[in-house]
Design a protein around this ligand. Structure first.
Ligand code: 5AD
Ligand code: SF4
Length: 472
């Protein structure tokens, strides 16, 4: 079915025409990175080639994020600059189309065009399969807004990317397995912008993984807003959990590494924990957002777990996979958060010891329950708490990196480094490692002796015995 769509979408004249150029800028999460690739895949089949130079583009797509206020504010300042660029191109006889995609598009819809008339198309994340057709419509009839949640799934209609585009993805690729969220944390826009939870069927995921692996990818990260709530259907129509899906993905010949993100503590089922023990290619690193260490705040956030639940869960996962390390997300200054509540978060961090983490000031998002709570925390208090928390998380990250020195870790090499002769890869714990090495390591997993922890990366050396035996 996908192949058929691919062929019917391919413009027979595309090869003879001067290719059009598309520039995409993605903000926010990994899902946007993945979506950007699928959009450019769809456009590639229509003769558009990707460019990194916005000035030469015929089509500019801003793939937006609405998760925090700052993320969405940036879009309008970017659109202001694009408007000038579009007007300048027009004076040279070149017409440029501007598209706003992603979660700001979903949340603000037609308001975006009211605020910035240079925008040609506002497209919600469930409608990317209609992108080429909507661009045609916007060219003829003026600005188009499409933020419906369609009945059909975009995944059934997006064309399969060409082999060349697959190969250009490098060593590590994301595969969306789940989208949307039914959790309704009281601070979060995702259930509104990405809609209700949907899961791709097992066969669609496995087919995509197989084609990525056959084009040279070694590492697959299964992504979803609430990925561990995955329950896709198999060929027999049975519900399959994320653990079972990981098991299937692990059996695809040639795969080196599997990761998944982002998870909710409530959906860390026993079979998923066991997968960390049993599936050798599943990396011992887990991003498990907790948001706060104070039970009062967790309840107000509608997280439906306590701080003790989270710590018990971490212990259970560590028992199944003793070398696992954790990362998390934190929000400081949620409405009503007292100093004592904040100290409970600091306490939780001290107990768990994270390898890395993301932390944010609470940002009221229109339409979410927490935005209308009366006891909002002042900006200065939020800033002070965030600085304290980040200092502690940074100390933990450095301690984790320092503890790697003297160890030998398998590193999946991804790309050349900044300096001549350098190559850069990742440890199982997502630490960046660089080595200076003459032979080409890109795409290989090689044991590396970790020599030094720098501020944001590790320095290592490949043993000569490894170089002979390096493999995928
Ligand atoms: N304010 C601040 N941080 C937020 N996040 C989600 N919504 C908000 C908000 N309104 C953070 C959470 C989530 C991460 C992706 O973004 O920590 O896990
Ligand atoms: Fe948002 Fe994650 Fe909560 Fe879903 S589980 S509402 S995506 S923070």
């Amino acid at each position: 079915m996908q192949r058929l769509m691919d062929e019917t979408h391919r413009d027979p004249n595309a090869a003879e025409q001067e290719p059009k150029r598309v520039f995409v800028k993605s903000y926010g999460c990994q899902m946007n990175v993945y979506d950007a690739q699928r959009m450019t895949d769809a456009l590639d089949a229509r003769g558009y080639r990707e460019t990194a130079d916005v000035g030469s583009a015929d089509l500019v797509i801003l793939n937006t994020c609405h998760i925090r206020e700052k993320a969405s504010e940036k879009i309008f300042s970017e659109l202001g600059k694009l408007k000038l660029m579009k007007a300048a191109a027009l004076t040279e006889g070149r017409s440029v189309q501007i598209v706003v995609a992603g979660c700001v598009a979903q949340a603000e819809g037609g308001e975006i065009i009211k605020r910035q008339a240079a925008v040609d198309l506002v497209i919600g994340s469930q409608n990317y399969h209609r992108l080429p057709e909507l661009l045609d419509r916007a060219r003829g009839a003026g600005p188009v807004v499409d933020t419906e949640f369609p009945v059909e799934s975009k995944f059934d209609h997006l064309p399969t990317p060409s082999a060349a585009r697959m190969a250009a993805r490098g060593v590590s690729a994301f595969v969306t397995v789940q989208e949307g969220c039914d959790k309704f944390c009281s601070f979060c826009v995702v259930p509104y912008t990405r809609g209700a939870e949907t899961c791709r069927p097992v066969s669609a995921v496995i087919d995509e993984v197989k084609s990525l692996i056959s084009s040279g990818i070694s590492e697959i990260t299964l992504i979803g807003q609430n990925v561990n709530a995955y329950h896709g259907l198999d060929a027999q129509g049975r519900d399959v959990s994320l653990a079972k899906l990981i098991d299937h993905v692990g059996k695809v010949p040639g795969i080196s590494r599997i990761r998944y993100t982002t998870s909710h503590p409530r959906d860390m089922s026993d079979d998923l924990i066991e997968a960390h023990r049993d599936v050798p290619s599943l990396m011992p690193y887990l991003h498990l957002p907790v948001q706060s260490g104070a039970d009062r705040i967790l309840a107000a956030m509608n997280r439906k777990h306590t701080s003790a639940d989270y710590i018990r869960l971490i212990e259970k996962i560590r028992r199944a996979r003793p070398d696992i390390s954790f990362s998390s997300d934190f929000i400081v200054g949620f409405p009503g958060e007292t100093d004592q509540d904040f100290q409970a978060t600091m306490q939780l961090v001290a107990e768990v010891q994270f390898a890395s983490a993301y932390s944010f000031k609470y940002s009221p998002r229109p339409g979410t329950p927490a935005a209308v709570l009366v006891d909002q925390v002042g900006e200065d208090v939020k800033a002070h708490r965030l600085a304290q928390l980040q200092q502690l998380l940074d100390q933990q990250r450095h301690a984790f990196d320092k503890a790697s020195v003297g160890k030998t870790l398998p590193v999946l090499f991804e790309k050349p480094g900044r300096h001549p002769g350098q190559q850069v890869g990742k440890t199982p714990y997502l630490q960046a490692v660089y080595v200076t090495e003459a032979s080409n390591l890109i795409g290989k997993v090689v044991d590396v002796a970790i020599l030094e922890a720098m501020s944001n990366s590790l320095r290592g050396a490949v043993s000569s015995s490894q170089l002979g035996g390096a493999s995928n």
